[in-house]
Design a protein around this ligand. Sequence first.
Ligand SMILES: [Fe+2]
Length: 247
Amino acid sequence: MQSHAIEMNHLAAAARTGLGRFNLYAGIHKALRAFMADTLIAVGRADPTDDADVKHAMARVEELLALCASHVAHENEFAHPALDARCPGVSQPVAEDHEAHLRHIAHLGDAARTLLTLEAGERESALQALYLALALFVADNFQHMHVEETVHNTALWAAYTDAELIAVHDALLATVPPPEMMLVMRWMLPQLNAPERLGVMQGMRAGAPAPVFEGLLTGVKGQLNVREWAKLAYGLGLSPEPGLVEG
Ligand SMILES: [Fe+2]
């Protein structure tokens, strides 16, 4: 119990170090944690006797795995070179994790595709096996993201200004294809806190075409409770009622 309290104090101190600093990982990791947890639950709930249920759950698994692979590529391509340039050696353990994740992703994808070819009678054990394997993948990723948000962020904050980190993030975002961006937004926007959500939506309004912004707004409205939606609408200068733009 005491060591848990010490660990929490240590984490709170680490988070305070980053207070007011640009956090490269926070938003996308909230999205990934939510998508991973939700997909794991969907596999656990999938009825092995129901074709549509199994198909739907496997499609969700494939969608998650594709996003995880893409996320690894983005971090390897943008976050790690930044770390390697000014904090040599820091990214090595996480880079090794990434290699392992890509192998897990390939195995889980094979399992999901195989499951779709099985007779209904063989699906129950295959679903349970996939559920357990996916749970370990999620657990591993949660540990991994924790290291990135503490060790990597601490190193980045010490070695880079916020303007430099924002430039790295902008360069990364410029490579994300629109369908992937929409998927990320679907999982990220509802999971952010209200000020974070407003910040992302303000950025989208400034940088994305109006129909894209409107589509995101409609999508997120359906995922927020009344208070959350009112805060977002107020922050964006919109009426909480749909379609009634105030000034
Ligand atoms: Fe990572």
